[in-house]
Ligand binder design. Structure first.
Ligand code: GLA
Ligand code: ZN
Length: 685
């Protein structure tokens, strides 16, 4: 079946390449030079106006769009486009002075002074009104401008406000959620504990280090409320844009695994997902492990809209000054990391920042144009090289991938795991654990979707749900149906323990009916010290052909097989011989339970065995050396396979008899594909 998404904006069916552009910080003489350089760098899209509110509205109600008119005209005259921002991420000082309610209040109930960015109340009617006014004017002014391609809403939304307006809005949110029934709220929060029962809605306050912070149900609902306030703030921002420019897609730049915002939920409100990626290459023992982590986040961004291509809104052309080690990208890495985003579904490669800031806190952040001011720099050449590569990949635009595998990464589950008192507090590592389950697939070039608990799972062959502590309504039922209809499910220790309010399931874990699906009862969980280890011994003749031995650490579920077959057992401690890995036949499918946190060898063997048995879709039918992955984009007919070597040393892949064309250099490839250190090929068939 042929399937291709339309380009982000059908007016421009090519890769967007460019970055955050702040002409408002520079004299106009520089702008013409920017245009010259932009073309030399093979750039075609600039994100403008992100932090330009004071320049746009220097006094309340007094607007100055003249400079932005000239910037927009310049872009259009030079064949380029604007990813035009709304400026709510930072506001003019006059506003904070005149309307202190726009200033954010901290959990300690201390109101911030004016400063930095994202320092606004999410509820303040004044702020929402001011944002709506400026956004309306931007849309009115540029709605027919040829340069306008995408709306960039605010910048990296984050944070929360604890002011009285927010407290009142929180209480209203709770009344709605609990249908005006305080008893329901008290039950959901298990508030009788420590006599925390609320007898009046007015007694409810947001969590605070100087007040209540241990009521997990309150903490969870507060996070959900702050998310909903962010979404409604966003919807208020886009209302005039949707009215005046219904055909211009809106996005807001997400921040990868930033814990504060439930991005899969946020994604429902944007037309196209975009995110900002700032890994620090060359600072860990292995670039390819970091590469796999970044690949995971790209996949997560693609999965949020069911496979629709996303935007790499920001990345650095060289270093990231605020990271602990602002190391420069080594030769090859800029092209590789840019193509990596594309490999996983990006239809843009964009940067922070175009021209390096002259002052303030980002003056040492990587930029396309450095302080030296000309194009004769290593970084500029790297950027131009990426632009030239993207120009050869037009055919990739709108393609995607339909993986056979889905892995859960759920934000609310993460909040609950991070907040609980249990499993110790130094090694819960939920996202890291999910990524450890992703790694074996990355190594084999098996595409993966990264999904939230709410996602539909019917189309997958294999669903992996590590540490699915919280089961929101409907999840257990979906997993049950998935297995019953022939799917393969992998669950682990610390799963099916609480409901959406963080109330423990009674009657034996895993709850929600999963005990029957998995055919096990999880009686108790052991946490051992960071230095201790146990082992997992595969039973002779087990149906996956595992041999082991494997090492296990941190967490151990002491389970009973209730119908499941035992494939491996623990090697030592008082639970030596108890089941460590089980499988249960349920309906037409199988449900595996992994009772401990196991080493990489286990992951490789276990998921390798499943991949073979289930015949999971792979990007390439080839053995990939360590540190090399392959990722697939397709429209159902054309296949684009991105083969990427994250090692500093060269590597080779045997492509077998199939014949491909490497779009980066036009060469026909068959047999052995040689890749330089940090080298990549984009193979078309
Ligand atoms: C974030 C912001 C940008 C800039 C970069 C620097 O992603 O969105 O404005 O501060 O970080 O890395
Ligand atoms: Zn507030």
């Amino acid at each position: 079946m042929k399937t291709r998404y339309s380009p982000i904006n059908p007016r421009f069916p090519h890769f967007l390449h460019g970055g955050d552009y702040n002409p408002d910080q520079w004299p106009e003489e520089v702008w013409a030079e920017d245009m010259r350089l932009m073309k030399l760098a093979n750039c075609n899209a600039m994100s403008v106006g992100i932090f330009a509110w004071t320049k746009l509205e220097p006094e309340e109600g007094k607007y100055d769009f003249g400079w932005l008119d000239r910037v927009m005209d310049l872009l259009a005259a030079n064949g380029a486009y604007a990813v035009l921002a709304t400026p709510s991420g930072a506001r003019p000082a006059w506003m904070s002075k005149k309307y202190p309610e726009v200033l954010r209040v901290r959990p300690e109930r201390l109101r911030n002074l004016h400063g930095v960015r994202h320092n606004h109340c999410l509820t303040s009617p004044v702020y929402r009104e001011k944002v709506s006014q400026i956004n309306t004017r931007l849309a009115e002014r540029y709605k027919d401008h040829p340069a306008l391609l995408v709306w960039h809403i605010s910048n990296e939304y984050n944070g929360e406000c604890h002011c009285d307006l927010c407290q009142a809005a929180f209480r209203e949110w709770l009344k709605k959620k609990y249908e005006n029934d305080l008893d329901r709220l008290n039950h959901a929060w298990w508030a009788a504990f420590w006599s925390h029962t609320y007898t009046d809605w007015e007694q409810i306050e947001s969590p605070s280090p100087v007040g209540e912070f241990l009521l997990h149900g309150l903490n969870l609902d507060w996070k959900r409320f702050c998310n909903d306030q962010t979404f409604s703030f966003f919807l208020n921002e886009i209302a005039p844009l949707k009215r005046l420019t219904p055909d211009v897609p809106v996005t807001t730049n997400f921040m990868g695994l930033f814990p504060g915002l439930n991005y899969p939920k946020f994604a429902e409100y944007v037309d196209v997902v975009s995110w900002d990626s700032y890994p620090v290459w060359h600072t860990t023992s292995s670039d390819w492990r970091l590469g796999a982590q970044v690949g995971f986040i790209h996949d997560q961004n693609r999965s949020m809209k069911g496979g629709k291509p996303f935007m790499l809104m920001e990345s650095t052309p060289s270093n990231t000054n605020w990271q602990p080690i602002p190391k420069l990208k080594r030769p090859g890495m800029h092209l590789l990391s840019s193509l990596q985003a594309v490999a996983h579904g990006a239809d843009t490669v964009q940067y922070f920042q175009w021209r390096k800031s002259r002052g303030s806190s980002e003056k040492f952040h990587g930029a396309v144009v450095d302080h030296v001011g000309h194009e004769h720099t290593r970084v500029f050449r790297d950027v131009a090289e990426v632009g030239a590569a993207l120009q050869k990949l037009d055919g990739v635009i709108g393609t995607s991938v339909r993986p056979d595998v889905a892995i859960y990464l759920d934000w609310e589950n993460r909040w609950a795991i991070d907040d609980m008192k249990g499993l110790g507090n130094d090694r819960r590592n939920y996202p890291e654990t999910v990524i450890a389950h992703y790694l074996p697939f990355w190594k084999r070039g098996i595409p993966v979707d990264v999904i939230a608990e709410e996602a539909e799972i019917g189309g997958y062959k294999l669903v992996v749900a590590p540490m699915l502590y919280m089961l929101k309504p409907g999840v257990a039922e979906r997993l049950r149906a998935f297995v019953a209809q022939g799917g393969t499910l992998v669950m682990t220790y610390w799963s099916g323990i609480v409901d959406e309010n963080d109330l423990c399931f009674l009657g034996g874990w895993p709850g929600g009916g999963l005990r029957e699906v998995l055919g096990i009862w999880d009686e108790e969980t052991d946490t051992i010290t960071a230095a201790e280890r146990n082992s997992v011994a595969a039973l002779p003749g087990n149906e996956l052909g595992l041999s082991g031995p494997y090492e296990a650490r941190d967490y151990f579920a002491l389970i009973h097989a209730e119908g499941a077959r035992v494939l491996a057992t623990f090697g030592s401690d008082f639970y030596a011989g108890r089941p460590a890995l089980t499988v249960n036949d349920f309906g037409r499918g199988k449900a595996f339970y992994v009772a401990s946190r196991n080493d990489e060898k286990f992951m490789d063997d276990f998921f390798g065995a499943l991949a073979g048995r289930l015949g999971l879709l792979r990007a390439l039918n080839a053995d990939l050396p360590d540190g090399v992955t392959a990722q697939l984009r397709t429209d159902g007919e054309k296949q684009y396979v991105f083969v990427m070597n994250f090692n500093p040393a060269p590597a080779a892949v045997d492509l077998g008899g199939a014949s491909w064309r490497n779009l980066l250099n036009g060469a026909e490839v068959q047999g052995r594909l040689e890749l330089q250190g940090y080298g990549a090929a984009v193979l078309e068939r």
